[in-house]
Design a protein. Structure first.
Length: 260
């Protein structure tokens, strides 16, 4: 199985920085992100409406690079989780994780027996259509896949200690927008209630050896989270980065020249 360099970096105590992809479903977008230095890209199925065929193409083009393809599935359902892995995703992000049972269902759906119940399909996209020993492939797949649970609701925070204790999960990722919505303080990332919730997630991850993950809204936000011990960061998303850069350039061109 293809080695997962992001998982190895995180396992060894390092930091991995990548990005989200929401809008630009082109054959070049993963290669562009990789060339820019992203170590992984999270292809979003929760909010984009991207089909399985689109995700399959994005993963296939990503696998020709060093970039690790991760898919955010829309829900904790076996057919989303296992299918994304069969298409070649090297990691899964699952939104709205709210309890231990749900966290265990993620691991069970993603792992081959005896660690889980993922159905066997080999000589397909995830093992690059190759032959070889099936037992070795199973061990490799279970070892290399990266599993990310998003904690982004009040209930998820209340149960974060039990979620973080589930063996097989690698990363607990705070979804800040949904979490502030759930707390009744939309977008108020400096609010004491949000900061208290973040502190609780941090403590749970430290207690159970889980990596902390976060989508950095800007460089300053990312640096602040790195200083808190977050080691898996995503910097922005394709549409956000494009729009921000375009807005800044247009505004600069429209601004009065200093020589005028």
């Amino acid at each position: 199985m293809k080695p997962n360099d992001v998982k190895r970096t995180l396992r060894d105590g390092g930091v991995s920085i990548g990005t989200f992809l929401f809008e630009f479903s082109t054959t070049g977008i993963a290669r562009i992100a990789a060339e820019a230095g992203a170590e992984y890209a999270i292809f979003d199925m929760e909010h984009t409406g991207w089909s399985v065929e689109t995700i399959r193409m994005l993963i296939a083009t990503a696998r020709s690079t060093e970039l690790v393809p991760v898919v955010r599935v829309p829900a904790t359902e076996y057919h989303f989780l296992a299918r994304a892995l069969d298409m070649g995703a090297m990691g899964l992000m699952v939104p709205m994780v709210e309890g231990e049972e749900q966290a265990r269902r993620i691991v069970q759906s993603a792992r081959y027996p005896p660690e889980g119940r993922r159905g066997a399909a080999f000589g397909v996209a995830h093992d690059d259509y190759s032959g070889g020993d099936l037992a070795a492939k199973i061990q490799g797949a279970n070892r290399e896949q990266l599993l990310i649970a998003q904690v982004e609701t009040v209930r998820g925070v209340e149960n974060v200690e039990a979620i973080a204790a589930v063996e097989g999960l690698d990363v607990i990722w705070i979804g800040q927008a949904d979490l502030t919505n759930s707390l009744g303080i939309p977008g108020q990332y400096a609010h004491p209630a949000f900061l208290e919730a973040v502190d609780r997630v941090v403590r749970a991850c430290q207690a159970h050896g889980k990596v902390l993950g976060y989508l950095a809204l800007d460089v300053e936000d990312g640096r602040a989270m790195l200083s808190r011990g977050f080691r898996m960061l995503a910097y922005g998303g394709d549409l956000l980065i494009y729009q921000q850069a375009l807005r800044q350039g247009i505004a600069a061109l429209r601004a009065p020249s200093r020589t005028e």
